[in-house]
Design a protein around this ligand. Sequence first.
Ligand SMILES: [Fe+2]
Length: 363
Amino acid sequence: MELPVIDLSPYLEISTSKLGEEQELDPQLKNLCSEVSRILRDTGALLVKDPRCSAEDNDRFLNMMEKYFDKPDDFKRLQERSHLHYQVGVTPEGVEVPRSLVDKELQQKLSTMPKEYQPSTPVGPDPKWRYMWRVGPRPSETRFQELNSEPVIPEGFPEWKETMDSWGYKMIYAIEVVAEMAAIGFGLQKDAFTSLMKQGPHLLAPTGSDLQRYGQEGTVFAGYHYDLNFLTIHGRSRFPGLNIWLRNGQKMEVKVPVGCLLIQTGKQLEWLTGGECQAGMHEVVVTNRTIDAIELARQQNRSLWRVSSTLFAHIASDATIEPLGHFADPPLAGNYPSMRAGEFVELELAVINLKGKNSNSSD
Ligand SMILES: [Fe+2]
């Protein structure tokens, strides 16, 4: 089974036209929205094609990040902000802890899964670097100041800010369209999700995994986990290795076609839909397909850093998360108590954290 690709163009054409607001949505577009929400619910993932975001944009971003991750560790550590819980700048390898390593309840659940669907077992913290870059406006007043810190720019990268912001905004625009389509598909107001995303602490958080050092089959770069944010979006990585778990428990290797984006459901979306759409479980592991890609990159003299061009879209820290609209009906809604999104994030971080608060623990 492969994930279908949803082309956002038809929806974009309508939503950007002036007539869009008042118009009753065309039945075909309505179907497309239902398809988006259905795929998100059943698979926790969605492949999209956004005409505003090209393969060249993705390449420009990946090229810069490969160049950065290839710098010596001492250089990269200048961008480390451990006192800010790594919420900006670089997180060195060996800091992020996969949830499956510390969450006893999760470990218990994993042991009952059929063998062929069980995730790889990490032996310690993730061996990957990550860079955190905030995208979009931040609130002037917030109760959650530490989640909204100033950006860090490495020396010798004059193109840094422009490249990060341009990729970041493109990713957010794509997420906003998907969030609107999903809201319609779930029978909510079109802006049910996007209105809560305004001024959210969105994070562009590419990871860098050194396949030269850690290129052995079975190496776990990101242990089995879910993302704590609303929706996560990635461009295509040059090295495969992402596995996802469908709602029915089946494990699936994700193949992202060239020019496409991958979206994954996070815990905040699960909260807002009262569990109708659950946070997608996933892992990143060196597979035989990764090995083939490493071999090809070696032959072509390309970088052996596996960069993921990940953006975590969040609900605004001060906004309330609770099941929306018809999802507020009991009994399931009881599992998702109302709270501020920022408070929720802090609770989640406390679980996955062995060395003080760190990042999203994701790919
Ligand atoms: Fe993740």
